[in-house]
Design a protein around this ligand. Structure first.
Ligand SMILES: [Zn+2]
Length: 152
């Protein structure tokens, strides 16, 4: 059986004290450690199910069990050896993700919401600037919507 919240939260353990937390980038409630630098962050992702993509549910579940064991070992003061190749892979993934400039993200968001923003602006202008009666505004909007759909 699949846990209901299984896909929504990555299981993760603190790289310092081994206690569980929901996501690798979170602050540990047990020892207060937050993975801020790159090394700590990559190691934190390593010790979480976020290492695997959402499609790899079987891998995620298998690794969640492994994390229980690893967490206990860290809690007992054992040092974990990290697979260097896997750390490199995670680091590369992180760089790929970071290399998308923020402006591109905002640009895409803006283009996505632009039609909505324009519609509200036109509506506002018709109602308050030109003081058109409400029913006329609705009729105009409806016509515009039909035209817009026809154009596509
Ligand atoms: Zn901790």
């Amino acid at each position: 059986m699949k846990p209901v919240l299984g896909n929504f939260m990555a299981r993760s353990i603190c790289i310092i004290c081994g206690h569980e937390k929901k996501a690798p980038w979170q602050k540990c409630h047990e020892c207060g450690f937050t993975p801020e630098d790159e090394v700590a962050f990559v190691k934190s992702v390593f010790l979480s199910t976020a290492r695997f993509s959402d499609e790899d549910e079987a891998d995620q579940e298998r690794y969640a069990k492994e994390l229980d064991v690893l967490g206990k070992r860290i809690q007992q003061g054992e040092r974990i050896t990290y697979d260097e190749k896997e750390l490199d892979r995670l680091r590369e993934e992180r760089e790929l993700y970071r290399s998308v400039p923020l402006s591109a993200v905002y640009g895409a968001l803006f283009r996505f919401f632009l039609p909505g923003i324009l519609l509200v602006a036109v509506l506002f202008a018709m109602l308050y600037v030109f003081r058109l009666p409400g029913i006329l505004v609705v009729a105009l909007l409806f016509t515009m919507l039909c035209l817009f759909r026809a154009c596509r």
